[in-house]
Write a protein that binds this ligand. Sequence first.
Ligand SMILES: Cc1cc2nc3c(=O)[nH]c(=O)nc-3n(C[C@H](O)[C@H](O)[C@H](O)COP(=O)(O)O)c2cc1C
Length: 475
Amino acid sequence: MPLESNEVLPDVIQGGMGIAVSTWQLAKEVSKSGGLGVVSATAIDSVIARRLQDGDLTGDIRRAFLNFPNQDIANEILNFYFIDGGREPEKPYLDVPKLSLKQTHLTVNLIAISVFTEVWLAKENNKGVIGVNALEKIQLATPATVFGAMLAGVDYILMGAGIPTQIPEMIRQFSGLQPFKLNIDVANSKSAHFLAFDPKTITPQTIEIKKPNFLAIISSHALAAYLGKDEKTRPDGFIVEGPTAGGHNAPPRSKDAITEDGQSKFSELDEADLVKVAKTGLPFWLAGGYGTPSALKRAKELGAVGIQVGSLFALADESGFTNVIKSELFDLLAEEALNVKTDPYASPTGFPFKVVEIDGTLSEDANFDSRSRNCDLGYLRTPFERPQGGIGYRCPGEPIKTFEFKGGTSEHNSRSKCLCNALMADIGLGQIRADGTTELPLVTFGSDLAGANELSKIYPKGWSANQVLEYLRGN
Ligand SMILES: Cc1cc2nc3c(=O)[nH]c(=O)nc-3n(C[C@H](O)[C@H](O)[C@H](O)COP(=O)(O)O)c2cc1C
């Protein structure tokens, strides 16, 4: 499905940043200025459920819900989670059902309406283009995510952290309101497993749905060639992301891949050959340390349409990071003390994850060690077949004994952090525990600080999404 030949491609993509760091407010501002604004779909059902429990004080969520094509679903979700005036501040949030191969209607409906809400709000009174970012690894949320976004008229779907071979076909099916069966990876299983999704369970009426463009986020030219060679798997373009990018990184390709201070070690083997990416004939954008005007120019010289930038936008006024986290990051930048480490073990996915060292967060060993491990959100759980039959779910971030009892063998699971709870805390939606404590944040950021350093000299007190775009475009 090639991009329309007359389509104007964005020079700057504001990267999708989960959980809800790339908010609809951020995506909307970027998109109004001609960039591609991207909202994050990761765990967005929990985000919407918690915001409803906090009373949806601005009324934005309920306004979007009124525009959802199935009002029975909108009312069902409001009845479940909305608390007029907000919950008592010391009361824990009611959790959403965990993802599984046998999903209830509530799970599917909540994901679909939550993604719809973020995209709809970003597109409200806005003629620009909006994308949605999802992680291929969270397969069990994918169909409802993609369809919910398409219901809101999303222009681009961007997916990384895995090999998104099934997504182009899923998008084609959903744009004709046809059902789709997603093949799900189940460890230790010899049989095939599927998650079936029928758009008609959400919208029984026939409606027009636009087919969005699909961009695969990749780190190697081999993957670009593999995805590009067959019409069934071919995306509309690529984001080629290097190892300095914030969030998750692709695992290093060299064997001896840990530095002396315990970080993932990248080498030239981890650099994609852009000539080979260009040979696919598909447009591409470069990400990871491309957040400067000179890097945008360089990217274009290398044959890219433009760049995808994350970290600079994560610091923007409109991002979802709490003000406390933003001001901590600005202080560290000013003191030239912003240390970003590539932690090979922090993420339960097994992918390296960029972590900023900040006091009072889970980057401090003492905080990590004193947290009681639990897995109550479970987005990063993966299915496995039990020896006695039946499907179970496990996550290296859960209590060690539970993980091992389920046959989990990750060598490093004792260092795996509960990203789900920590990233919810980054946006001020941390869970409150029985002992009255609140889950601590863990902050991720890119390790190439050139753009952030330069911009913080121009705007020492912080910047808006628009100012980031003006800076990148050299205005
Ligand atoms: C706070 C933060 C969260 C991120 N979360 C995601 C994510 O959920 N999915 C994704 O594909 N990329 C994620 N990224 C990567 C960005 O989308 C982008 O590709 C990357 O930040 C570009 O590199 P830069 O940080 O040097 O600009 C994240 C980056 C940051 C800084």
